[in-house]
Design a protein around this ligand. Structure first.
Ligand code: GLN
Ligand code: ZN
Length: 769
């Protein structure tokens, strides 16, 4: 067995420095390039990645470089590798039973009546994976040799890389029961049938030349999955007893990113595997457990979630502490895959040099890992220069202008309980009823209207300087005029301006608040071919000038109906940005909240009587560990309340959440104390109203009646049925009618038709109440 490398990373961005993979994959989907060309682009990206990682200091031949490429998603890769695809896609297999690239993409994206795999959040990140569907009859069989071919491709280029796969426990723990499975079926019950396929794969990887394999088992750290920590641990013990016992296999490195392993460390330590990866950014150095003496501990001390250069000396201290556990070896690594950070700081040409010196994207993090690895091998003195340079950058960051602004800090320090409290709800209802005079079942939308090609083109022209600010402004006003006229014509009750001026609901605010910067090339995969460019929140946040007021005021001037002001909430702004790590998130959230509070005051001043503060990411930041959840919910709810509590009694505050699995967050949603909350409900056929009714939720609620994720136009009778179900369970005075989410990804044709049907369905239901 060869030694584990002294330094490694758990994975590297796959999309390419210039999003080459996105472009190639989308060209393939569009029929503009063929499969061979796509494969060769992808091979080129993999080759460039290996070279890049070697240049940053990872070994070419010691399994330090992870083979972590994916065309779309690592969970889908695992599903296709073990052949666990839903019955509705079975006919897509090749004659020899393998699943090729076109089939892979069809499973990811669906085709006609064939629904794709569902997509959901990957642990506590903004990455979304495809949810495997497993039933009692799912047949597991090796159905793709893609990962083997990548190992061989690397060997031909002179590398010995380390293949990375999602582990069997995590794969099943994240799966949902297939449609045809009996009630209560648990995918994890299929573990013993799945493990032999992993065994076959490991043996094949060994034959292909892999000395080490990385098996990702993040499920082992989570307390937020249907299976308990103990059940997951028991499953891991069973699976790794088999895999570890194989005669022919690579050495096994089980990585457990995203939080502390806690009790499951003992399980992995007792298993016949060779290395264990610990997240020492989210977790701390654990106590020693039995079984470590023959294992390498891979210390994830470089943060894979954020883009800060961070405290390298502290990271090295952590690795030294890890050495105290008596393991056979200690290696330096990232806490998670680097798929959550952009490629390279060097690609940013417009950021301030001072800010740049504080940052580390994937390439810089690789270099940090190799520095730490050298320290482990040669002693601290050998890397003293690098540690000092990182400490100096950190010190510079703490003292730089804008990082700590007295005026902002004085304001948050002076906050009292009253600043978080809007006062009596009944009084608000009465004041709002007389101010707004809305009909029963008021009709509204979530905010955005279709972002047409024209809008994107105008924005691009404005950014490139091809049209003037005045021309762009005029274009947006015309667009707003059209959207307002359409809503009046349709007969909606609370209108929106449509958000044509926003590229992105967080970046738009980041661009207009102090304390933020935006990147040029800081793309991070969010799912499949989609990437986002999170803003960087580096300093104290304040609002130099009103942001949305002119647009809302203009839109209100076009109609006698109430125009809804539209803001993104503090938690969502934090969740979808890279946030400073030198103070508690709660403090940063309150700064953002105060900026929004000022915006709300200005909107009111401008005559806006209804204001929505979107918090679609409220549940996203929920910690994986139960013990951490109450504190998170406390500060996140508090920041929302701080942002809205300055609103007048007669101002109606709305919020919007993109999901309906209320579960753990129902109390938090109630505690937001928004006058009206809109949520997704159409996809689950309004099932959520039962939970809402049972929870005693007594504020306004708009369960969505239109699934905007699909181009499908819901029929009037269908919407009517959904509404009648809602009316049955929830008092009508609480109910609102709206789509599930914003309309920006839809076209006008289906938007018009759908909204028309919603209005007609509402008219019919109103007649009977
Ligand atoms: N107001 C936003 C919109 O309609 C909300 C988007 C979201 O919830 N993600 O686009
Ligand atoms: Zn939404």
């Amino acid at each position: 067995m060869t030694a584990f490398p002294e330094g490694t990373v758990l994975g590297y961005p796959r999309i390419g420095r210039k999003r080459e993979l996105k472009k190639a994959v989308e060209a393939f989907w569009g029929g503009r390039i063929d499969e061979a060309e796509l494969e060769s682009t992808a091979a080129g990206l993999r080759a460039a990645t290996r070279e890049r990682l070697a240049v940053q200091g990872l070994g070419r031949a010691d399994s330090a470089i992870p083979e972590s490429f994916s065309y779309y998603d690592q969970v889908l890769d695992a599903a296709v590798t073990v052949g666990a695809i839903p019955a509705r896609f079975e006919d897509l297999r090749s004659a020899d039973g393998t699943i090729g690239l076109p089939a892979y993409f069809t499973i990811a994206r669906g085709e006609g009546e064939r629904a794709p795999l569902e997509m959901t959040k990957w642990f506590d990140t903004n990455y979304h994976y495809l949810v495997p569907e497993i039933g009692p009859d799912t047949v597991f069989s090796l159905s793709s040799d893609r990962i083997l071919r990548q190992v061989q491709e690397a060997a031909q280029a002179g590398f010995r890389t380390r293949p990375v796969i999602v582990g069997p426990v995590t794969f099943l723990a994240l799966a949902k029961a297939a449609d045809e499975a009996p009630e209560g079926f648990d995918p994890l019950s299929r573990l013993d049938d799945l493990v032999p396929v992993y065994a076959e794969l490991l043996t094949a990887l060994k034959a292909a030349g892999a000395e080490w394999v990385q098996i990702d088992e993040p499920a082992l750290v989570s307390e937020s999955l249907p299976a308990s920590v103990a059940e997951l641990g028991a499953a891991a013990a069973r699976a790794y007893a088999v895999l570890g016992g194989l005669a022919e296999r690579p050495a096994i490195f089980v990585a457990a990113p995203y939080a502390a392993l806690d009790a499951n460390l003992a399980v992995l330590a007792a298993a016949p595997i060779e290395a264990i990866g610990l997240d020492l950014v989210r977790g701390t150095v654990p106590a020693a457990v039995a079984g470590l003496a023959d294992k390498v501990l891979v210390g994830g001390v470089i943060d894979g979630h954020n883009i800060w250069r961070g405290d390298l000396a502290a990271a090295f201290d952590t690795l030294e502490a890890l050495r105290g556990l008596g393991a056979a070896g200690v290696a330096a690594s990232t806490s998670t895959s680097l798929q959550h950070v952009p490629h390279d700081v060097e690609d940013e040409t417009k950021l301030d040099a001072r800010l740049l010196a504080w940052l580390a994207f994937a390439d810089q993090k690789v270099a940090q890992v190799t520095t730490l690895a050298r320290g482990l091998a040669e002693g601290r003195d050998a890397i003293a220069g690098e540690l000092d340079a990182a400490s100096a950058a950190l010190a510079d960051r703490l003292s730089a202008p804008g990082v700590r602004v007295d005026a902002v800090r004085d304001r948050t320090a002076a906050l009292t309980g009253a600043d978080f409290d809007r006062g009596d709800y009944d009084a608000r209802v009465a004041a709002q009823e007389s101010a707004l005079a809305l009909p029963a079942l008021p009709l509204t939308t979530i905010g955005s209207f279709p972002q047409t090609g024209d809008i994107r083109r105008a924005r691009a022209q404005f950014i490139r300087g091809e049209i003037t600010a005045d021309e762009y402004d005029g274009f947006l006003r015309e667009e707003i005029g059209r959207v307002v006229a359409l809503q009046e014509e349709l007969g909606l009750d609370v209108l929106v301006h449509g958000e044509p001026e926003r590229n992105d609901m967080v970046q738009y605010f980041a661009e207009n608040l102090d304390g933020f910067d935006v990147t040029e090339n800081g793309w991070v995969q969010s799912y499949g071919s989609r990437a986002t460019r999170p803003s960087i929140l580096w300093g104290d946040v304040s609002r130099p000038a009103p942001i949305t007021v002119a647009w809302s005021q203009y839109a209100q001037s076009l109609t006698a109906k109430p125009m809804k002001g539209m803001l993104t909430g503090p938690v969502t702004i934090l969740a979808w940005s890279f946030v400073r790590d030198d103070q508690p998130l709660a403090e940063t959230a309150n700064q953002v909240a105060l900026a929004l509070r000022d915006e709300i005051a200005d909107l009111e001043e401008a005559g806006i009587a209804v204001i929505q503060v979107d918090e679609p990411a409220l549940r996203e930041l929920l910690p994986l560990k139960k013990a951490d959840q109450p504190a998170y919910l406390d500060w996140s709810v508090a920041s929302f309340r701080l942002s809205t509590a300055g609103a007048a009694t007669a101002t109606q505050v709305h919020t919007h959440l993109c999901y309906s699995e209320f579960g753990v967050v129902i109390d938090a949603i109630r505690a937001l104390d928004a006058d009206v909350t809109s949520i997704e409900a159409a996809r689950s056929r309004m099932e959520v109203v039962t939970d809402i009714a049972a929870s005693g939720f007594d504020h306004g609620i708009g369960p969505g009646v239109y699934d905007i994720h699909s181009p499908r136009v819901p029929q009037t009778t269908e919407i009517e049925a959904l509404l009648r179900r809602a009316v049955e369970e929830i008092p009508t005075r609480q109910l609102w009618v709206n789509p599930d989410c914003g309309l920006k990804t839809r076209g006008y044709e289906e938007t018009n038709a759908s909204l028309r049907n919603i209005v007609e369905a509402t008219r019919r239901v109103r007649e009977d109440i």
